[in-house]
Design a binder for this molecule. Structure first.
Ligand code: IMP
Ligand code: MG
Length: 172
């Protein structure tokens, strides 16, 4: 069961707004947009098409935080990432910023590779859940502490294909 929280039109407007801001901020720079798999793949696909920067490369990195049900275990495993990023300004793209543990780990991993800069773009932000000092420079929507699905976000690997963001409501 799910209830629509953010519809397709609102998502589209947020993507346009963020894409425009990123295009201005990175104009003339060498930008590397890195999506965090799997949740970011839908947002990534829409966002990169709203970014008008000439020198823009795209890549992905994987991270799993082993959740049981809707609760994160706190153990983050970051996948292999070999690219030389020393000439790039990196923009990390995430579906949702929750405790911040995933992004803290990925940011640390990439910082060690000496990029020009690293910023974070997240479609959804649940600030009330944060346990790290990680924050995003670009945010689509701030939401309350509810478990959401759709537009890339899953519950138990399901619902990533929904075109809107819904709240996951267990059937009991
Ligand atoms: P963090 O490390 O706690 O910030 O967790 C981030 C990851 O947990 C996200 O990339 C999502 O995969 C997952 N996550 C956190 N909240 C939700 C949610 O409400 N719905 C679906 N996945 C979530
Ligand atoms: Mg994720």
């Amino acid at each position: 069961m799910q209830e629509i929280l953010i519809g397709e039109d609102k998502i589209k407007q947020a993507v346009e707004r963020i894409g425009k801001q990123i295009s201005e901020d990175y104009s003339g720079r060498k930008l590397l947009v890195i999506g965090i798999l799997k949740g970011s793949f839908v947002f990534m696909a829409d966002l990169v098409r709203a970014i008008k920067v000439d020198d823009c490369a795209v890549d992905f990195i994987s991270a799993s935080s082993y959740r049981s049900g809707t609760v994160s275990s706190g153990n983050v495993v970051v996948g292999k990432f070999d690219k030389d990023v020393s000439e790039y300004d990196i923009l990390l793209v995430e579906d949702i910023l929750d405790t911040g543990r995933t992004l803290a780990c990925i940011k640390e991993t990439l910082m060690a590779k000496n990029p020009k800069s690293i910023r974070i773009c997240t479609l959804l932000d649940k600030p009330s859940r944060r346990v790290t000092d990680i924050n995003a420079e670009y945010v689509g929507f701030e939401i309350e502490d509810r478990f959401v699905i759709g537009y890339g976000l899953d519950f138990d690997q399901k619902y990533r294909n929904l075109p809107y963001i819904g709240e996951y409501i267990p059937e009991n």
